[in-house]
Write a protein that binds this ligand. Structure first.
Ligand SMILES: Cc1cc2nc3c(=O)[nH]c(=O)nc-3n(C[C@H](O)[C@H](O)[C@H](O)COP(=O)(O)OP(=O)(O)OC[C@H]3O[C@@H](n4cnc5c(N)ncnc54)[C@H](O)[C@@H]3O)c2cc1C
Ligand SMILES: *[C@@H]1O[C@H](CO)[C@@H](O)[C@H](O)[C@H]1NC(C)=O
Ligand SMILES: *[C@@H]1O[C@H](CO)[C@@H](O)[C@H](O)[C@H]1NC(C)=O
Length: 493
């Protein structure tokens, strides 16, 4: 009922416009021109104010360099519904959807010639249900979410880096400081508002459209455009943590401490950490860092003490907040590079970690980096408690844990070397896979939020999950419109 009503209104709005201007839709020379007529002030063309600024916000320069014919700034689900029904479907225009623009996949959230649906004006943070839940707009950044919630001594199980967007992060899984307690961020979601590929606006939850509710959790936008996300708040004032940096000789000790941290997660859900190492061409050296958080704010904690006991170069742990920590980590993740990222999963063992390190070390010796180039690797334990808390399409088996989520990212500057570095990255991925397989440590899981274009996160899901996803896809996108309209998104074939 309501849906028809909206469609009708949308078509009427469009029809009135044509009449007023004595025009037929064909007289709008381009889909962007029609969109601008329907949504004055919400369409920006190249050269207009705001276009360049929006383009500069992408995490990777390759995405910033794609030139959409226009950027559309919807203010809610209804704007998206109207745009799909009246502009996109009739003209067969291609679109990209951008929440925070932090994907490393070129074309995932921006598009040459097509229309980028830029959700940055849909960034509400609205606390409700007696402060027990919050409804987030997908275009919010985690730093804004934390800033708003902190005023009420609340937080959420969200991103660890302030500038990352809510939309992509949640739909691709979401690895938070609270993962031991609540699993992936997508597991905690209570309700989504989504515009389906057919143009329906649906509220989906455990009782309504349960199939779509489940399918949205980990499929990175393959089932429509999510326009609101409702999740539980967590009472939280302070946490304890920060970064510690080490030198190469102590790397094996740090790997061991990380393994122990994950092993004790069953008994202590509140302490988490990850380990990063990176080759910095500018300084011609490797850097080794752990980032640790105790979410209860406990400073004298055994799990943290184990890392502090290993000789470290610098850094310190202190009382902070989830929001401040997200700002801190942001500072070590500057914009302005060309990038390639891929992911691997392994069993969690110090020998797998040192083997990965050795392969990357050899890689650095055989690679001609740009002067400020970087190759960075991050190890994140997927603890058994994290895996037990899952409600998503990944279907990872808790008894297979703890696992190690590995992400690898290359940074460079010279556009002429894109092919060189993506080729290098693919070769590195292949070498790392072979090494992990040889150690019998390889796990097929592909974490969507870290996957490269070449890595299909659906490819390694189990057959039962795939059948359920395919059925859900047939139900909500029966004409397979999504893969034609959103060429850069992750989708089921
Ligand atoms: C510096 C940095 C730190 C990170 N830290 C973490 C971390 O702590 N934990 C973690 O799990 N991941 C982390 N990531 C990975 C991050 O979660 C993913 O890159 C995520 O997809 C980015 O979301 P976004 O909205 O910013 O990106 P976008 O580039 O805007 O979107 C990513 C993908 O999701 C789709 N999408 C976005 N919004 C919607 C929507 N509303 N409806 C449908 N589809 C949509 C896009 O089309 C695109 O394919 C980090 C990435 C970076 C660069
Ligand atoms: C859109 O695509 C369909 C199917 O491919 C085609 O029939 C139709 O003519 C196209 N419309 C426009 C405006 O290009
Ligand atoms: C938040 O917590 C602090 C410290 O416990 C307290 O002083 C403050 O009054 C609280 N603020 C709100 C809005 O509850």
């Amino acid at each position: 009922m309501r849906l028809w009503h909206l469609f009708l209104e949308a078509s009427l709005a469009a029809a009135q416009l044509y009449q007023q201007q004595a025009q037929t839709p064909l007289q709008y020379s381009t889909p962007c021109a029609l969109l601008a007529a329907l949504f004055p002030e919400q369409v920006v063309n190249p050269g207009e104010e705001g276009y360049a600024h929006a383009q500069e916000k992408y995490w990777s320069i390759q995405q910033a360099e794609l030139i959409p014919a226009c950027r559309f700034l919807p203010r809610g689900a209804r704007d998206i519904q109207i745009a799909l029904a009246d502009v996109i479907h009739p003209s067969n225009a291609s679109i990209a959807i951008s929440s925070g623009g932090h994907s490393s996949v070129t074309g995932a959230s921006n598009i040459d010639d097509g229309i980028t649906f830029d959700l940055s004006d849909m960034s509400g943070v609205n606390v409700g249900d007696m402060e027990e839940t919050v409804v987030l707009g997908p275009g919010a950044r985690w730093r804004d979410v934390y800033r708003t919630l902190q005023k009420q001594n609340l937080t959420v199980s969200g991103g660890r880096v302030g500038s990352v967007g809510v939309g992509g992060y949640v739909l691709g899984g979401g690895f938070s400081w609270f993962a031991n307690q609540y699993g992936w961020t997508c597991d905690t979601i209570i309700e989504f508002e989504v515009v389906t590929p057919q143009g329906e606006i649906l509220w989906v939850n455990a009782g309504h459209h349960e199939d779509l509710f489940w399918a949205l959790k980990g499929s990175l936008g393959a089932f429509g455009i999510v326009t609101k996300i409702k999740m539980p708040t967590l009472p939280n004032t302070v946490v304890y943590g920060g970064a510690l940096s080490y030198e190469q000789p102590h790397f094996p000790l740090v790997c061991n401490a990380l393994k122990n941290l994950a092993a004790r997660a069953e008994d202590d859900l509140t302490t988490q950490g990850y380990l990063s190492f990176a080759w910095l061409q500018a300084e011609k050296r490797f850097e080794y860092d752990v980032y640790l958080i105790n979410t209860e704010g406990q400073s004298s904690h055994e799990a943290l003490a184990a890392f502090e006991a290993i000789p470290h170069l610098g850094g310190q742990l202190s009382t902070t907040t989830i929001g401040k920590s997200a700002d801190d980590i942001d500072r070590s993740n500057p914009l302005g590079f060309r990038r390639f990222k891929f992911t691997l999963t392994s069993t969690l063992s110090p020998s797998a970690m040192t083997a990965v390190h050795d392969v990357v070390k050899t890689f650095t010796e055989n690679t001609k980096f740009d002067p400020t180039g970087v190759v960075g690797v991050t190890f994140q334990p997927l603890t058994s408690s994290h895996l037990k808390a899952q409600k998503n399409i990944f279907n990872l088996i808790p008894s297979h844990g703890p696992l190690l989520l590995i992400s690898v990212e290359l940074w460079w500057n010279d556009a002429d070397r894109d092919i060189y570095f993506s080729g290098k990255a693919n070769k590195l991925q292949h070498d790392l896979e072979a090494t992990l397989k040889k150690l019998d440590a390889f796990h097929p899981f592909i974490y969507p939020n870290y996957a490269s274009r070449e890595q299909n996160p659906f490819a390694t899901l189990d057959p039962v999950t795939m059948r359920m996803l395919a059925a859900t896809k047939r139900k909500y996108d029966p004409n397979d419109r999504w893969s034609k309209i959103v060429p850069g998104s992750t989708y089921l074939n």
